[in-house]
Design a protein around this ligand. Structure first.
Ligand SMILES: *Cc1c(COP(=O)(O)O)cnc(C)c1O
Length: 235
């Protein structure tokens, strides 16, 4: 996709984010846009940075690594891991990312804590929640989430800042709404059980076709790929 198209799409998405936030009385500034760049080249990411976008999401370490290195000279660029992380890759993730959206086990929390501490970094992490969606392979169920919080809250090198979920795909985004509201309710319940246990209490939810609904249910981070960079083709 041409740089001008990416810039145009970013403007449209930003407008839709603002409209969704304003429609429910929220400040659009509370919603961070994470531009998800998996399968897209560094050149497309560069075009997005030229249009002012600095937060990017990748879902595989291997693929992210070369792009992150290629774009490391851009001041303020921020990388979010939105895909599953195996604990044996915690060290590389610690070096590459600023935010990890997919923490889903105590074992991974411990590995990340060790890896981040070793390089003097404090990684912001979100707990990926499995809300009972059948096709999801990853994520912790709400009881496991409580266990991870108990185990990880005292660990150096990582700071829990909220929750993330990937709901099933529905043609009609209104059908996704119950998953978004369930994540918000879980956040609120956890915070009332233990004030401050989720840091800033971020909710990472909503993708290209349903981010407006997610924002109306309280999303503070939306992860948007296709609406900015076009359809992905997988080799
Ligand atoms: C690919 C991906 C997205 C973006 O999806 P689009 O439908 O292209 O906006 C968001 N979150 C995760 C975890 C992804 O893997």
């Amino acid at each position: 996709m041409e740089a001008g198209d990416i810039e145009h799409n970013l403007r449209i998405v930003a407008g839709q984010i603002s409209a969704a936030a304003e429609s429910c009385g929220r400040d659009p500034g509370e919603v961070q846009l994470i531009a998800v760049t998996k399968t897209f080249p560094a050149q497309s990411i560069l075009a997005a940075t030229a249009a002012g976008q600095l937060r990017f999401g990748e879902n595989r370490i291997q693929e992210a690594e070369s792009k992150i290195h290629a774009l490391s000279g851009i001041p303020g660029i921020e990388w979010h891991l939105v895909g599953h992380l195996q604990s044996n890759k915690a060290k590389r993730a610690a070096e590459l990312f600023q935010v990890i959206h997919s923490l889903d086990s105590t074992k991974l929390a411990v590995r990340l804590s060790e890896a981040c501490s070793a390089i003097g970094k404090v990684m912001h992490v979100l707990l990926q929640v499995d809300l009972g969606q059948e096709e999801t392979k990853y994520g912790a169920d709400p009881d496991e989430v409580r266990n991870i919080i108990d185990a990880a809250s005292g660990l150096a090198g990582i700071r829990i800042e909220g929750l993330m979920t990937i709901p099933p795909y529905f043609e009609d985004p209104e059908e996704t709404r119950p998953y978004f509201s369930a994540l918000r309710q879980l956040r609120d319940a956890l915070e009332s059980e233990h004030a401050g246990c989720l840091g800033q209490g971020h909710l990472s939810m909503g993708m290209s076709h349903d981010f407006a609904v997610a924002i109306r249910e309280g999303a503070t981070m939306v992860r948007v790929g296709t609406a900015i960079f076009g359809e992905r083709t997988y080799a």
